[in-house]
Design a protein around this ligand. Structure first.
Ligand code: UVW
Length: 351
């Protein structure tokens, strides 16, 4: 089986799931993980792990990502004279009594509660080992051929064109088709750091896991609760970036030991209620040419580990804390949106 690369990045697992693999560590979530997840269900209680998708609100936290906009193509109910917004079937046939409503929504797929797909982050890398760098993604898939670049933004959407720039490979639909259901584990960082803006190192995380008796096994999806979701919700769609960007804990993306641990455990996905799972410590350890978001680079680009961001974890984390538990069944398929590099998600936890 020919690989797409002659040289793979140090610390990567390219090829481990096959030359054509587009699922990465999510390959580890299969029937056995579903059974393990189901074994954690005893109350039958469910928690919705999604923020309302119009949160955090505004663009203060990410200038390119806007809140969803809905447009009604049809609105049933009282006809206020705007014919195109209201369609009563009786207009076609007086015997019909039904009225219809239809929407179109413009959604930045990574605005709110989301999955980062494997085509979300690539790197400039010499995968052909010929002295030239190309833009490459997980498992050696290339920009240009496999991941089609976006045209220069014109500010206009062509509804009549279906030639969208898209991820021909590594699109989020692969994850949707696989199904995302299995055992998940909560790591309660908020319990230890409150609202302190702290980049958690490998050594600190190991202490927390030991203290809280949290065990992570191969194939588990791992959630890190930081408390940022509560802060976001409390700001009621008027986010104060200064506060949100300087509050709550997150993983120290520049800690190599932590990154290696993530891939060595065989966890299937990494999830948090913060923006990027990782936090950059005030002074980075990196030198030379390096990734701006090292945990994204390690997980998405090198090891095919999907990232879940801006999830709502507070209610579940507090319930688990009270019950002295950390494991639950997680069901979190993305949209089956072919060619998308990420997706909104409405995850459900069952305990
Ligand atoms: C970036 O593009 C930086 O985003 P995210 O943290 O959502 O992966």
């Amino acid at each position: 089986m020919a690989m797409r690369w002659k040289k793979r990045p140090d610390g990567s697992n390219w090829g481990a799931f096959g030359a054509d693999d587009q699922l990465g560590a999510m390959n580890l979530v299969g029937p056995e993980q579903v059974r393990k997840g189901l074994a954690e269900v005893c109350h039958g209680r469910t928690f919705c792990l999604s923020l309302p998708l119009d949160h955090p609100g505004g663009t203060a936290l990410h200038p390119r990502r806007h809140p969803p906009r809905r447009f009604a193509t049809l609105r049933g109910g009282k006809n206020e004279g705007a014919q195109c917004f209201c369609h009563a079937a009786s207009r076609d046939n007086p015997l019909y009594c039904d009225v219809f409503s239809d929407d179109v929504a413009l959604i930045h797929t990574q605005y709110s509660t989301q999955w980062d797909g494997l085509a979300h982050v690539g790197a400039e890398f010499d995968a052909d080992d010929d002295g030239t760098e190309e833009i490459v993604f997980y498992n050696g898939f290339r920009a240009g051929t496999d991941i089609k670049p976006a045209p220069a933004a014109t500010g206009q959407i062509r509804w009549d064109s279906y030639e969208d720039p898209r991820a021909e490979a590594l699109g989020i639909e692969n994850l949707a088709r696989h199904g995302v259901q299995g055992r998940a584990v909560m790591v309660d960082l908020h319990r230890h750091y409150g609202q302190d803006n702290h980049a958690v190192t490998f050594a600190e995380l190991m202490n927390i896991l030991k203290q809280d008796r949290v065990v992570i096994e191969r194939g588990d999806m791992v959630c890190f609760y930081t408390g940022l979701d509560t802060l976001i919700l409390g700001m009621n769609k008027q986010p104060v970036a200064e506060i949100l960007l300087n509050s709550c804990a997150g993983l120290d993306g520049s800690d190599e030991q932590l990154l290696n641990w993530i891939s060595e455990t065989g966890m299937a996905a990494l999830i948090s209620d913060n923006f990027a799972v990782e936090l950059m410590p005030k002074s980075s350890r990196a030198s030379g040419r390096h990734a701006m978001l090292p945990l994204h680079h390690h997980c998405l680009f090198k090891n095919g580990i999907h990232l879940g961001e801006l999830w709502r974890l507070d209610e579940l984390a507090l319930w688990l804390r009270t019950e002295g538990r950390s494991r639950f069944l997680l069901t979190a398929p993305p949209l089956a949106l072919p060619g998308a590099v990420g997706s909104p998600v409405s995850p459900i936890a069952t305990v």
